[in-house]
Design a protein around this ligand. Sequence first.
Ligand SMILES: CCCCCCCCCCCCC/C=C/[C@@H](O)[C@H](COP(=O)(O)O)NC(=O)CCCCCCCCCCCCCCC
Length: 218
Amino acid sequence: MKTMAGSEDQKFSLQEVLDTFKLCLSENKEVYLEQYVAGWRGLVKFLNSLGSVFGFISKDAVSKIQILVSYMKGENASHYATVQSMVKYELDNNLVDVNKKGSHPESGCRTLLRLHRALRWLELFLDRLRTSTEDSKTSALCAEAYNESLAQHHPWMIRKAAGMAFLVLPGRQTFFEVMNVGPPEQVVAKLGEALPLISEVYQITEDLYAQHNLLDLP
Ligand SMILES: CCCCCCCCCCCCC/C=C/[C@@H](O)[C@H](COP(=O)(O)O)NC(=O)CCCCCCCCCCCCCCC
């Protein structure tokens, strides 16, 4: 408990990232794109701090973030305030390749779907970290979470590369330290607080995408 005061002003903390997911939801449960993207930016920063082996993963995440940001700053910015308004705008204006890649290979909808699937991985991984014990292997927790989620959308080559990257993840203790939220009990508590929020953002997006048949966008 000795390191609690003043922790806001210290270096990168996972706390901030988790907080941005808290800010994602509007009063009527729409998902703000700006906060969603900010959450991913923070996660990428965290990933980069783990080493260059993860570069191919963070590069892909960054390019997806950039696509979304360019829409959010573009001439139709007003339609890209929330995930809901983006889906409506892109569908109403035929801006989404629905069955196979065509003239809109980088729609906001398909780009966000990739991050959305990764958010499920995050939810599963964080929950495993939360309930892990001192002798748990982060690489195993990460691989399990991945196999249950993202892996199902990835070809063999990517799965192989991801599996190899997981092997060099730091151990649980170091991992918790890099998260920079305090002693292990505090990390576990933070994860317990953050998870329901991440789950809610995930579920709202999932339901929206299911409702519009967007879960398999190419
Ligand atoms: C902490 C360990 C981090 C491990 C990250 C686990 C996720 C593994 C994902 C492997 C993705 C490999 C890169 C390529 C992906 C693309 O093929 C594929 C499909 O895109 P396409 O349809 O445009 O071709 N892209 C995707 O699925 C999007 C992947 C986005 C991954 C973002 C991962 C960010 C990880 C943040 C880690 C934060 C950990 C925090 C824990 C406290």
